[in-house]
Design a protein around this ligand. Structure first.
Ligand code: SAM
Length: 232
């Protein structure tokens, strides 16, 4: 199938995501495979926050999918601290165009994300933070504009879950390099998790070295298998 040009990140000659089922894909790979709902629910009951790290903010599709997932969950009093990094931030107009295909399903969530994104000055490198209030609670959206390793090193608190979504390892090996995976391992709580769409052996080796116990799980869309890890 011909990939629409607007979905391709010209910096890496790779698409941001699979256009057909990208919201469902995020829900399976990043949320269900990490038992996110149960874990977030436990934190909400205890009145504490759940911290997520993401490599590759892109068009924010994972955030849209997370907003939709939490809206539908019926959970209340949720507090998510979401940290994502992006080396080449796109304009809000391009984000709008890329996400437009999901507007029937998640129009309100897309508007929420783009409104929050517009509140950040993406011409400035470094840390940007915007809070989003929804019926389920609050997402504190932290966008780090710059190189992924710099963000991970700068994180003050370890994450509960990592969403690794930085283009295919063939097209963009730098975002999977062992040095970065090791830092992600250090910035993960005990029994914290990571997940990704790739089962490439170089990624599995680097995550294994970083302290994650890994398993391959059934994939979705065009992917036969995906990867999930738990920090031991
Ligand atoms: C597959 S896309 C992410 C898609 C995104 N999660 C979404 O749902 O829309 C990968 C992103 O990682 C960014 N990226 C690639 N290498 C990076 C690096 N070394 N540091 C920070 N961001 C990087 C790319 O610019 C791209 O936007």
């Amino acid at each position: 199938m011909q990939i629409p040009a607007y979905l391709v990140n010209e910096q890496f000659d790779d698409r941001y995501f699979d256009v057909v089922n990208a919201l469902d894909e995020a829900q399976q790979i990043y949320f269900s495979n990490n038992h996110l709902l149960e874990r977030i629910q436990e934190r909400a009951a205890a009145g504490s926050r759940f911290i997520i790290g993401e490599t590759g903010f892109g068009a924010g599709r994972v955030v849209v999918s997370l907003l939709e997932y939490l809206e539908k969950s019926g959970l209340k009093n949720v507090l998510i601290e979401y940290h994502s990094v992006e080396l080449h931030p796109m304009s809000p107009e391009r984000m709008h165009d890329i996400l437009d295909g999901f507007k029937e399903r998640a129009g309100a969530e897309i508007n929420t994300l783009i409104e929050a994104y517009r509140r950040m000055d993406i011409t400035m490198p470094g840390w940007h933070c915007v809070s989003v209030e929804k019926a389920f609670g609050t997402i504190e959206l932290n966008l780090w504009i710059g190189e992924a390793l710099e963000m991970v090193e700068a994180l003050e608190k370890p994450c509960d879950a990592w969403f690794l979504d930085g283009h295919s390892p063939k097209k963009n090996p730098s975002i999977w390099r062992p040095e970065l995976m090791a830092e992600i391992g250090k910035k993960t709580v005990r029994d914290g998790t990571c997940s990704t769409f790739t089962v490439s052996s170089s990624v599995r080796n680097a995550l294994g070295e970083a302290g994650f116990t890994l398993q391959k799980l059934p994939g979705c869309g065009g992917k036969k298998e995906v990867l999930q890890g738990t920090r031991r």
